[in-house]
Ligand binder design. Structure first.
Ligand SMILES: [Zn+2]
Ligand SMILES: [Zn+2]
Length: 439
């Protein structure tokens, strides 16, 4: 019986193969040539193997020994692991804190140096900060990142401290909600009560990732170091802003990538006649000033990257004092504005029919020597609403921080570095335009 079944099976295969061959439209070629030698499946052999770590994925690369096809299997990262020190991974030696309180209490300059320090934020409310050192510091409502002087362990930064080298300190604050208690401000020069105050080393790299910011936020640091300092970079990755970002950039390099800015009106109650709703810019940031003594010359916001963001508002995202001291300091301010989506059609109770303020992006240079490079591409704005705006200076105006100056050396480019011209609208004007072009 068994033998009969076997025989029948062999006969069936021979018949099937024969039938296929007779119907072969390509003539007498054998079936395996027509369908490929691996029609029944490749014969995978492991070519190379890269072990995953807690910081990087690994991979197995296979090659088919019959046809030479290659495939790669990505191996998931392994989890960080902890030994005697509950914060330091035994593999990558980076530091992990499960709350801002834990970070503020435990992190030190020694153990954080050269490492990535990651802090899970959770839900955080503003509280009272009382920090004063030699007339520097901050007093008022805010969120303190880091530790004040006066405790058992030295703070990460303080008055007259030496700034770190760039690259020495890297902080990632992620996965949380920061609830500012400020719902508005009277002017960019008076933004008390909104600050996220970071007492971390000068020249640090800071990232906020997957954080929701509610209400009005600004960013403060201890500048009165020796010498005066800013952070190297501050990055916002995939953050949500249910409010406004205002004040000077605390870092040389400012990045907003993949963020969402939801509609919000400045709720400051002014005793005068000015309607604060006018200042409802999702971002209004400027290059920070050098020390009051003027030496050394250090400014912030030398580069701005604004990419893949979604903005819903009634007033433009605003970067001002662009290119501050760029000649003296030998840099060219660079703005990379790519692939953002703007809906600027939100209503604003400060709107008046004689003035147009619904525009996507306001750029203002420090003065008539502040050349800059703009990479612009892939941005989408509602039909009829201008992408760029600025104020045009009078013939005797040479500085101010909020004007569009035509400066030799300015480059207006697409994402590939090709020159382009952009027609922009004069701030508040219903129709007056100017052209941004390379000079
Ligand atoms: Zn194959
Ligand atoms: Zn690790």
């Amino acid at each position: 019986m068994k033998r009969q079944i076997k025989l029948f099976a062999v006969l069936a295969i021979v018949l099937a193969a024969g039938a296929s061959c007779n119907n072969n439209p390509l003539g007498d070629l054998p079936l395996w040539v027509v369908l490929g030698p691996c029609y029944a499946g490749h014969t995978w052999e492991l070519e190379s193997h890269k072990e995953p770590t807690c910081m990087e994925t690994g991979e197995d690369v296979y090659v088919c020994s019959v046809c030479g096809k290659e495939k790669t299997d990505i191996l998931a990262k392994i989890p960080h692991a902890f030994g005697d020190d509950p914060n330091e991974c035994i593999y990558c030696h980076n530091l992990f804190y499960s709350s801002l309180d834990e970070f503020n209490e435990k992190v030190t300059l020694e153990n954080a140096k050269g490492k990535i320090v990651e802090v899970a934020l959770g839900n955080l409310d503003y509280s009272d900060i009382e920090y004063e050192e030699h007339n520097s510091g901050y007093k008022g409502n805010g969120l303190l990142i880091g530790r004040l002087p006066g405790g058992d362990i030295e703070p990460l930064n303080r008055y007259n401290a030496e700034p770190a080298e760039k690259g020495e300190y890297t902080f990632i604050f992620k996965d949380g909600t920061i609830n500012s208690s400020s719902n508005g401000y009277s002017s960019i020069d008076n933004i008390n009560g909104s600050v996220i105050y970071m007492l971390i080393p000068g020249n640090s790299s800071v990232t906020f990732e997957n954080v929701v910011f509610n209400n009005v936020v600004s960013f403060g640091i201890q500048n009165y170091t020796s010498p005066w300092s800013y952070l190297d970079s501050i990055r916002f990755e995939n953050c949500i802003f249910n409010g406004l970002v205002v004040g000077y950039s605390p870092a040389d390099n400012l990045v907003f990538n993949g963020c969402t800015f939801n509609e919000y009106l400045n709720g400051y109650q002014d005793v005068g006649t000015f309607n604060s709703s006018n200042n409802s810019n999702p971002i209004w940031m400027r290059s920070g000033k050098p020390s009051y003594s003027g030496e050394p010359l250090v400014v912030s916001m030398k580069t701005v990257v604004f990419t893949n963001n979604t903005v819903t508002s009634s007033r433009p995202v605003k970067f001002e004092r662009i290119g501050q001291l760029s000649e003296a300091l030998g840099y060219t301010a660079t703005l990379t504005i790519l692939d953002n989506q703007f809906d600027m059609s939100c209503s604003n109770d400060a709107d008046v029919s004689e003035e147009e303020k619904h525009m996507a992006l306001f750029l203002g240079q420090q003065d008539n020597t502040s050349k800059f490079i703009l990479y612009d591409d892939g941005n989408k704005v509602n039909d009829g609403i201008p992408m760029y705006t600025s104020m045009l200076p009078d013939s005797d105006t040479t500085s101010g921080g909020t004007y569009y100056f035509e400066v030799l050396g300015t480059r207006i480019l697409d994402r590939n570095g090709n020159p382009k011209e952009i027609t922009a609208r004069v701030w508040k004007s219903l129709s007056e335009e100017f052209v941004m072009r390379s000079l």
